[in-house]
Design a protein around this ligand. Sequence first.
Ligand code: CUA
Length: 331
Amino acid sequence: MAGRVGGTMPLTVATAALACSAPHSALEPASQAGAVIETLWWVLFGVCLFVLVAVLAGWAYAFLRRRPGGEPEGEGRALMWILVAGAIIPGIILAGLTAATIRTSSRIAGAGAADALEVDVVGHQFWWEIRYPEAGVVTANELHIPAGRPVRLRLASADVIHSIWIPRLHGKLDLTPGRSTSLLIEADEPGEYRGFCAEFCGQQHALMGLLVMAQPEPEFQAWLDRQARPAAESADDEARHGRQLFIRYDCHLCHRIRGANFPDPPGQTGPDLTHLASRRTLAAGTLENERGILASWVLDPHGAKPGVRMPATRLEREELFALVAYLEGLR
Ligand code: CUA
């Protein structure tokens, strides 16, 4: 589909191994936690490969040595084989891998990070609400973080269980209704990282994408300051008309626009649109944020994402232009 942002499908470990240079490969870590997880990945891969080769070699040996009509092995020897190869060796291997996994988990838990930036991430069907409580900023689907500084993501869910996974930065962690958990991430370098929902949460689970933008601290602070401002005033008559339509068609009952002074209490169901035009993507990292795509998204969101919670809006041509002009003014 035109305008679809590539690579929003969650990856299996197998395809991650094949796509090492992708922006979402766990085998191309961009953080210390990611590097520790990558090491464990290779350990698991190496041990499993060794076991596979050993089992195949044993099978080939038995096959080649078989003598049709020959005497079967003694019962005692057969029992010894079952005990050693079927219980003791697998037991030792599994215990070793369990220990390695527990050690990795404790190394990436990152308990002590006093200077961490706190960011609230709330999972919704099917998008991410992102809040910077200290700055009073609310945005969606694009997580800006300062590079080289720990960020504590405080996770919650508004509906069902979701799971956040930014493969290059950290392992995945569930967002569970009624429970709060936290994930400490840190990007070593400025850059862009893809994130996903990694827990099936409904029809649009596969397209619940997240864009993580790690920026140098001053750039991040400048972005945060801009986001903290209320929405821009509508610049011209068309945009002002669009603002009226935003209210007439009840968009404001779901979408909040800070500083817009709508007649009803601010909506919370859909993404905050205060600075919509400053975002790169629409529809949870799925579509480019571009005029034609924005217009078709407003008219028929189910065309791009069947099952999405936003209803279609029937608009005359001029109305659509006006509404899009208003939304594009929200810089
Ligand atoms: Cu949210 Cu899957």
